[in-house]
Design a protein around this ligand. Structure first.
Ligand code: ARG
Length: 269
């Protein structure tokens, strides 16, 4: 019901004005408001962002504090929305539901540490890459898993719909008996790992580091040969937002704001 209200309030607040018209497309979340009189101050257009808040420090629920979704991606989204004069509304869902949400225009963009891949690019557009990560294999410290070979015959967990599924598949091709276990949330993977229901999980470095810190019974190593995976912002194909967002992303890199956020979320521990 909360979500419905949000969508409705977006629909109502998407003001019909020439300057803002480009942001008010034809999707469910983008409807115009009937003018209530020339003297009323124009309301900000709401942009609906999809994310999967299971991914500290990129996006997670601040359970210890406000109960809101916070993180690196959220700060980036707020900065961009503010710069472009939009009001931001965040919608939390499973990672695997994000691209479908873009395709059905239930959200205007996705900011979720998402990596542009050729398959995804067939369906959605991406901004420039704003951060780069490496992949880690996380397991119980006493599991004896310290290289990819050690995964032979083991259960390997990955987040459903993520690029880690592809990596798990290529590991399973190379090493005998690797069983891939997909879960909706990274937090589920960590729990399964601790409970011994899976032997290892593939998690991106910064996210893995947080779990390692909070769980001293876990250990990890980097998958060297995999190279790096960038994060970018996803949009429905042809969305005019992509160029506008890229402009602000570039500005954030030039004016040091991006470095500040990287420092805040990834280094300041
Ligand atoms: N970078 C990986 C991908 O694009 C994982 C991102 C997962 N993000 C999240 N918020 N759970 O597939």
């Amino acid at each position: 019901m909360k979500k419905r209200n949000k969508i409705l309030s977006f629909a109502l607040s998407c003001v019909l004005s020439v300057g803002l018209l480009t942001a008010c497309g034809t999707g469910d979340t983008q409807k115009e408001k009937q003018g209530s009189g020339a003297e009323a101050p124009p309301e900000k257009v709401k942009l609906l962002m999809g994310t999967s808040a299971d991914y500290p420090p990129y996006e997670f629920i601040d359970t210890a504090g406000s109960g809101e979704i916070i993180g690196f991606d959220i700060d980036i989204a707020n900065y961009i929305a503010d710069k472009l004069g939009f009001e931001l509304e965040i919608s939390d869902m499973d990672f695997g539901g994000l691209i479908p949400a873009l395709l059905s225009e239930r959200v205007d963009f996705v900011l979720a540490g998402m990596t542009p891949t050729p398959e995804r690019l067939e369906n959605v557009d991406f901004s420039d890459i704003y951060y780069v990560a490496e992949q880690m294999i996380v397991s119980k410290a006493d599991s004896g898993i310290s290289s990819l070979e050690d995964l032979a015959g083991k259960k390997l967990g990955v987040q459903l719909g993520s690029i880690q599924v592809d990596l798990a598949n290529s590991i399973a091709e190379e090493f005998e008996g690797v069983q891939i276990e997909e879960r909706n949330k990274i937090t589920d993977l960590v729990q399964e790992l601790k409970a011994g229901r899976i032997h290892a999980a593939i998690i991106e470095d910064k996210v893995a580091e947080g779990h390692l810190k909070a769980n001293t019974d876990l250990a990890a190593f980097i998958v060297e040969e995999e190279g790096e995976a960038g994060s970018a912002i996803a949009f429905p194909k042809g969305s005019e937002l992509a160029d506008q967002f890229n402009e602000v992303l570039r500005e954030m890199i030039e004016n040091g704001e991006m470095e500040k956020l990287i420092e805040k979320w990834f280094r300041n521990e």
